[in-house]
Ligand binder design. Structure first.
Ligand code: MOS
Length: 748
């Protein structure tokens, strides 16, 4: 009997959770039905900086159904906080303490929580609550905040200072070709579909279950335990489905703090959901100004690279990103270096947002690279080939793999780059100018310690479980495939369980490490089950697998085990279980950096790369820009699922187009708040903004990077895309815009 093709690694399997999601069976944090629950509505500060001097809550309290109004004046004393969560599970930042005291640090800061028997009553009462403030002078103007820029002594553990090589200043001065310009990225607010929401179920026995919108259940569990004095085992956090995150859910947000605070005080179940407007008062990608100095020979060879960047943060927390390192790492210039500072202003703290640092730093740097290519009169793609670095040029480390050259070539072929005429404004179609641009992307291929369990039952059903989250990236699906691949079972006999702090330990879903790390853990757990099965196979009559020394000698396929050396020697997994009288085999394993021949993290650089090609059409009269074609060629190691992988890149490209053309939160510097705090005025690409997007995964076998050879895909798709759009706009119009997004006014 011929074995069927495995639906394992490399198969474009449709999402295993797709049906549950589109039919509404998949429950999100604010959808869990909890008996006898109160609704909490957050009241946000109307001022940007100052003090709360008092509340007039008589009208709010008189609304029928209102149970309590919590503020810093009456919050329970036992709500204490510490900063311990940040060292666990890779959660960035320090917790913002809502309702801590009378101090107002940003517009939109929660100042009270109104709790009522119905959502409507809570919302109505929240509107009636009158808060008195004392104003202080605030500043949310980024330009002005630059006067206070600094580099914190205590660095974030994910921050990498730029390293200098050679003498970038002297080399720049001596360069035949020089470019010195300043680039800018507007602040962008994360706005995943699902808003921050928490449903706290008060069990009455000292235990709580928290359904939370988060990228990591165990991070929230650790935070709640430490902030509220619970024992960890009494706090269960569930995030089985997450309606997007983009980084806004890496850390516990204040709605979960407020929901638990209220539940504990009132000893009742509580739900708190942020409004869309409140989503626009907190997590956002920092604004960035980036001075770039490039020196080159007339041939286009870089002689010097220097970057000096500043990003925005709040006055109460230092958020740092790697901005200037990417250009220094990616190009083979003998002289390179950079500086980085942060500038505080009176907003909520900026935060990681899809490819934090790289999305900004690579995008702005790649516009400068394009400018230098024009100065050198070298084709922008050829220019990147000339300056190609085989190694991580900043850290002087070889890569585990780098198929960027192949990405450039395959992307260019698919796009038809060779037909491009170099002169700006040289390609037209009717009354539209056509522009073709290219840019490079680079992101980390990270690996985080992750545990998983695998449980095989006598009927041949397998359940794999880890506390990892699926933030919409396809984690359920790819982990199912890894399990199917390892044990040779059909996918409909496999269940993946995720998003529950009771499950084996996993870090937050972020940094694009999920598939590589969770996948390795699931593979290890399934291999442990396989070993038990091989042992059990001894009990099968006639011992068909006799001679197999390890699971390496066994082919697992089609629900059967067979000898690789003689495929006619086979037995079904259910027959093995029956022969050995086993009802269940359950194993748990942990994948840590360093396993399975992974070389030391210090000896080689681990990165994904991409080459993005963009076509724009620009209406000469209206200056309307349309992105008509994108080819994104990605080098990201082994692809577990070409379908979900493509979806990740599509999403990244769409977000990159938004970064290039649409996304921008405007500061009202007088009121100290974001003006366009809604989807009507904060633009993201709509359906009509998106046309052809083609995704290519170039072949990049890499046995060293992670156990499965997987590099991760959640973030690389956005990196480079915005620069390719900006460069295409220059090619179309001859106008160089150095500030993203490129809105129509900048092209007039
Ligand atoms: Mo991503 S910004 O690590 O969720």
């Amino acid at each position: 009997m011929a074995t069927q093709m495995k639906v394992g690694i490399g198969t474009p399997l449709s999402r295993v959770d797709g049906r549950d999601k589109v039919t509404g069976a998949a429950k999100y944090a604010a959808e869990y039905a909890v008996p006898d629950m109160l609704y909490g509505v957050i009241v946000s500060s109307a001022i940007a900086k100052g003090k709360i001097t008092g509340f007039d809550d008589a009208a709010a309290r008189s609304v029928p159904g209102v149970v309590e109004i919590l503020s810093h004046e009456n919050r329970p004393k036992e709500a204490w906080f510490d900063h311990s969560y940040k060292d666990e599970l890779n959660i960035p930042g320090e917790p913002f303490k809502a309702l801590h005291d009378e101090t107002i640090m940003f517009s939109g800061q929660p100042v009270a929580l109104v709790l009522a028997e119905t959502f409507e009553a809570a919302r109505y009462a929240a509107n009636l609550l009158s808060v008195q403030y004392e104003n202080e002078v605030h500043n949310i103007d980024f330009e002005k905040s630059l006067e206070e820029k600094f580099l914190p002594k205590k660095k974030r553990n994910t921050y990498h200072p730029p390293k200098t090589r050679g003498e970038p200043d002297a080399a720049f001065e001596a360069s035949a070709l020089q470019l010195s310009e300043t680039y800018h990225l507007a602040p962008e607010h994360h706005n995943p579909m699902e808003m921050h929401a928490s449903t706290v179920e008060w069990h009455g026995d000292g235990k709580i279950t928290v359904y939370d919108k988060t990228q990591g259940s165990q991070g929230v569990q650790a935070y709640i335990a430490s902030a509220f004095g619970f024992s960890k085992k009494d706090v269960r956090v569930v995030n089985a489905y997450v309606g997007g995150g983009f980084g806004s859910g890496l850390r516990p947000q204040y709605q979960v703090q407020l929901a638990v605070l209220a539940a504990k005080k009132l000893e009742r179940s509580v739900r708190v959901v942020m409004t869309r407007q409140q989503m626009f008062t907190h997590a956002h990608r920092p604004e960035c100004t980036y001075g770039i100095k490039l020196g080159a020979e007339t041939t286009g060879m870089f002689t010097s690279i220097y970057g000096d960047a500043t990003t925005s943060t709040s006055r109460f927390e230092n958020n740092m990103e790697d901005i200037v390192t990417w250009g220094i790492m990616n190009y083979a210039s003998p002289n390179a270096g950079g500086e980085y500072t942060i500038a505080p202003r009176d907003t909520y703290t900026s935060a990681d947002m899809r490819a934090p640092g790289a999305a900004t730093g690579m995008a702005l740097f790649e516009i400068a690279v394009d400018e230098m290519a024009y100065k050198a009169k070298v084709d922008p793609l050829e220019f990147r080939m000339i300056n190609y670095s085989e190694i991580d040029a900043m850290n002087e480390l070889p890569f585990t793999s780098k198929a960027l050259r192949e990405a450039y070539r395959e992307g260019a072929d698919k796009f038809g780059w060779s037909k491009r005429t170099p002169e700006p404004r040289s390609m037209t179609e009717g009354k539209e100018l056509i522009g073709w641009g290219v840019a490079t992307g680079m992101w980390d291929a990270q690996f985080s310690k992750t545990a998983a369990s695998a449980k095989l039952t006598a009927n041949g059903h397998l359940e794999v479980a880890t506390a990892a989250s699926d933030i919409g990236t396809g984690t359920y699906t790819v982990l199912t495939q890894v399990a199917a691949d390892t044990l040779g079972l059909p996918v409909d006999q496999i269940t993946a369980k995720l998003g529950d702090s009771d499950l084996p330990t996993s870090p937050v879903e972020g940094g694009s490490w999920g598939a590589a790390s969770g996948g390795a853990a699931v593979q290890l757990a399934c291999q442990a089950v396989a070993k038990k099965l091989l042992k059990a196979a001894d009990k099968v009559e006639n011992r068909p697998l006799w001679g197999a020394k390890s699971i390496e000698d066994i082919e697992f396929a089609d629900g059967h085990m067979s000898l690789k050396s003689d495929v006619t020697k086979r037995v079904s997994i259910t027959d093995v279980m029956r022969a050995a009288d086993l009802t269940v085999i359950e194993e748990e394993e942990t994948a840590s950096p360093g396993i399975s021949g992974m070389i030391s993290m210090m000896q080689k650089a681990r990165n994904t790369h991409s080459a993005v090609f963009v076509e724009v059409k620009v209406d000469e009269e209206l200056d309307v820009v349309r992105v008509t074609r994108v080819v994104n060629a990605v080098a990201a190691g082994r692809i577990i699922n070409p379908k979900t992988a493509r979806s990740q890149i599509l999403g990244g490209v769409v977000m990159g187009i938004g970064m290039a053309l649409h996304e921008e939160t405007f500061a009202d510097v007088k009121l100290g708040r974001w003006i366009n705090h809604n989807y009507a005025e904060y633009h993201v690409p709509a359906n009509a903004d998106i046309q052809d997007i083609e995704v290519i995964f170039v072949d990049e076998p890499d046995p060293e990077v992670t156990p499965l050879g997987v590099k991760g895909l959640g973030e690389i798709g956005i990196v480079g895309t915005a620069a390719a759009v900006a460069n295409a706009i220059y090619h179309a119009t001859g106008k160089r815009v150095r500030s993203l997004p490129i809105t129509i006014d900048k092209l007039l």
